[in-house]
Design a protein around this ligand. Structure first.
Ligand SMILES: Nc1ncnc2c1ncn2[C@@H]1O[C@H](COP(=O)(O)OP(=O)(O)OP(=O)(O)O)[C@@H](O)[C@H]1O
Ligand SMILES: [Mg+2]
Length: 273
């Protein structure tokens, strides 16, 4: 009973929040004639972890690229901290405190781990503060301290993901956009990285919007979730409630055998329950 009340309270807060940290309204983005996302509306409240779940090609990366200004939307608006950032220059969006950890990490392979972190702090001229921030991120990811002098290209996939997240942290952002942190990683490493993402959120108060195919991990780590299918949001709720929905169990968590074998029936679905 109390758990249900807690969920309801969270749900009410989401509706009552007058100014979410990030707000997308009816955003549409396309690559030439291909509409990748259509009418996407979502909100991320300050201090929470929000997740967008979706399978291959659903439009997850496109949402994040549109928020961070890499792609200009055809329609709709994006507000960050109450200000319109739609189609702004990506560098200007970074300066406002929004960092994007891209799909596939994109670390600077020929720079050392340490120098990659310095690149994340390029907006700061306070060398003492930068040195402190580097120690802080090494606290989250001690393996990076051991590898500080090595070229980032020599790190494992998991370590590169850690470095990409750390590089974003170096700018002390308000909001981090995280594109499929689990991509190509073992379940064990994925779990480790998600645990640290949650720690970063709880300890530093950094708001996080992540997109994932790994629904299990994302739903466990996040507060609020959106389900994206073919460029449209088809469902949203607190992650606590999403985990209990039949369609989520069937199509994303693989909890009903007939749903995860053979034909991917969800493609034909019209309504979500
Ligand atoms: N550069 C591009 N040119 C043309 N079409 C693209 C381009 N990038 C993505 N698309 C198309 O836009 C749609 C959404 O792609 P997007 O990369 O956003 O999906 P995603 O959910 O991130 O997928 P994945 O899980 O594979 O990363 C897909 O149909 C994809 O084929
Ligand atoms: Mg993607």
């Amino acid at each position: 009973m109390s758990a249900i009340l807690a969920v309801n309270n969270a749900g009410t807060a989401a509706v009552a929040d007058p100014q979410p940290l990030l707000k997308l309204q009816n955003v549409e983005s396309a690559y030439g004639p291909i509409k990748a996302i259509r009418g996407v509306s979502l909100q991320v409240r300050r201090g929470e972890i929000a997740a967008v779940l979706g399978s291959n090609g659903a439009g997850k990366t496109t949402i994040l690229k549109t928020i961070s200004g890499i792609i200009d939307p055809r329609k709709g608006t994006i507000e960050f901290q109450g200000q319109d950032i739609t189609a702004r220059d990506p560098a200007a969006i970074v300066r406002r405190g929004l960092m994007h950890v891209p799909e596939g990490r994109e670390v600077f392979a020929l720079l050392s781990v340490h120098d990659n972190l310095l690149m994340g702090a390029y907006t700061s001229s306070d060398t003492d503060a930068v040195a402190r921030d580097i120690e802080t991120v090494y606290g989250y990811f001690p393996i990076l301290k051991e590898r500080a002098a090595q070229d980032a290209g020599l790190l494992s996939g998991g370590q590169q993901q850690m470095l990409a997240i750390s590089r974003a942290l170096m700018a002390n952002p308000e909001l981090i956009l995280l594109d499929e942190p689990s991509l190509g990683l073992s379940p064990k490493l994925t779990k480790e990285i998600f645990e640290i993402v949650v720690r970063i959120n709880r300890e530093r108060g950094t708001t996080i919007l992540l997109v994932e195919q790994n629904a299990n991990m994302a739903l466990n780590a996040s507060d609020y979730g959106y389900v994206l299918e073919n460029g449209r949001i088809v469902m949203e709720d607190s992650c606590e409630r999403l985990r209990e929905k039949d369609d989520i169990k069937e199509f994303y968590l693989g909890m009903k055998d007939e749903g995860v074998r053979g034909e991917r029936r969800w493609k034909k679905k019209k309504t979500w329950r």
